[in-house]
Ligand binder design. Structure first.
Ligand SMILES: [Mn+2]
Length: 465
């Protein structure tokens, strides 16, 4: 009988090496990394699926609840803190590895029961910002501090050190990202092949769920699957889809080691796009290809985003939806009426990697400040790319009736937008095209099994069903 949870994704040496890098970076005091506990759903022992904290996974590798890790910078020692299960647990859970067996798997021989954690915690304890209610309580108890001080006292040096380390993916991590995106790609292909006129959106969510379940993994985030693609994060799946509609599906799976995939396709419910859909799709596709070709170490992602915006404005001008000087339109932020989000974000153990540590530290670092302009303020990744960064490229064009009406009535961007013509596009919906990449020595590598993305490739799939 085997009921042991999956072994850590990497070797004990890998975890030791990661902790050593972090210890040397921080240099003094203790680094406390909380693992997650079970999260109750509607009564205490009826849980949501367990998801370990990603930083805990990165440094301590163990996918079980109620364990903490301490990296002691004062005496170069790492601790695993948690309690062995008693027979009262084991009759429900079956035999489980002991704390010391778990420690062996990730290169730690110092094990402490949870009620002894304070014996190794000094006055300088670095910890990460909490994001679950119980983190606040745990930190308050361990550090003997008021719960109101917990959030503000999170360690900025620790945040920055972890971000710089986790932002650069190792070869082994890239393999895991490929596994996640392979399943993600299979989910998208199945959804694209399964759609038929008069189906419900949730039936397609069911198709994606089946593929994830067949690989024994969870989604990396709640799926966005809707014929109303203009709503950027549309999690409502209760509409019937009809000939002439497009389905926008933005979804991803996690690998067994919890690396994330995140892809988007927008495909016709019928066998082909309409001419109007094809015209807009082609602009999004050109933006996507342009961005992918630009990916390389040394390139600033913010500049690639702005190049994409210019390509988009040129395309919309050719259709008579925009006008005026392209550079000025982009500088003014007029394109954000159609493209109100950013070109992409880092991806790793989290779908928006390390967003719990602070989006600007991950996507901008100390390089420059994030813009406050509408559109650009939603660019999660702006900084200069380095070899080993893993990121998404996801341009989109949306016709958001509420935003069009607002900008039009306020007279915003009248020199760049043909509001008269735009009126007839208010029922268009939205198109997004998203793939994941890792930055290589001289360019980039697509993550996961290549999937149809051009008009012709997608119509070949839709036409063949
Ligand atoms: Mn994404």
């Amino acid at each position: 009988m085997s009921i042991m949870p999956a072994s850590p994704a990497f070797s004990a040496t890998t975890y030791q090496q990661r902790r050593k890098v972090l210890r040397e970076q921080i240099g003094f005091g203790q680094i406390l990394i909380l693992g997650n506990g079970e999260s109750s759903r509607n009564f205490k022992d009826n849980w949501y699926p367990f998801r370990q904290d990603s930083s805990f996974l990165y440094y301590f590798g163990i996918d079980l609840p109620d364990i903490m890790g301490v990296i002691d910078c004062e005496n170069d020692k790492d601790y695993l803190i948690g309690d062995d299960l008693t027979i009262d647990h084991i009759i429900w859970t079956g035999p489980q590895p002991t704390m010391s067996e778990l420690g062996d798997k990730v290169g730690i021989d110092a094990i402490l029961p949870s009620n002894k954690i304070q014996t190794i915690i000094g006055n300088s304890t670095h910890y990460l910002p909490p994001y679950r209610g119980e983190h606040y309580r745990q930190l308050s108890e361990i550090l003997s501090r008021d719960i109101d001080e917990i959030e503000t006292d999170a360690s900025l040096p620790l945040i920055k050190a972890i971000v710089e380390q986790r932002n650069v993916k190792s070869t082994d991590e890239v393999i895991e990202l490929h596994k996640a995106t392979n399943i993600t790609s299979a989910m998208h292909l199945a959804v694209m092949q399964s759609a038929r006129p008069d189906m419900m959106e949730y039936e397609l969510v069911g198709v994606a769920k089946r593929i994830a379940a067949e690989h024994n993994v969870e989604f990396s985030f709640p799926p966005i699957l809707s014929k109303f693609g203009q709503t950027l994060h549309n999690h409502y799946h209760g509409n019937a889809i009809s000939e002439g509609d497009m389905v926008l599906y933005d979804g991803g799976a996690e690998s067994h080691s919890y690396y994330a995939g995140d892809m988007t396709r927008t495909f016709p419910v019928g066998k082909q796009y309409t001419n109007r859909q094809k015209e807009i799709y082609q602009i999004v596709y050109d933006c996507h290809r342009g961005a992918v070709e630009a990916l390389a170490p040394g390139k600033r992602y913010m500049d690639i985003h702005l190049d994409v915006a210019r390509t988009m404005v040129d395309g919309l001008k050719a259709l008579g939806l925009m006008k005026g000087d392209t550079n000025e339109a982009v500088q003014a932020g007029a394109h954000a009426l159609f493209f109100p989000h950013g070109l992409g974000h880092m991806i790793g153990l989290d779908v928006h990697d390390m967003e719990n540590l602070g989006e600007v530290y991950v996507g901008y670092g100390d390089e420059f400040e994030k813009s406050t302009q509408f559109g650009l303020k939603s660019l999660r990744l702006g900084r200069t790319l380095q070899e080993g960064f893993a990121l998404t490229v996801e341009p989109g064009i949306y016709f958001i009736p509420e935003l069009i009406d607002k900008f039009s009535s306020e007279g915003q961007f009248v020199e760049y937008v043909n509001y008269d013509k735009l009126e007839s596009y208010k029922d268009f919906g939205g198109i997004r095209l998203e793939e994941d990449f890792v930055i290589t020595k001289d360019g980039s590598e697509l993550l996961g099994t290549p999937l149809a993305s051009s008009v012709e490739e997608i119509e070949a799939i839709r036409g063949g069903i």
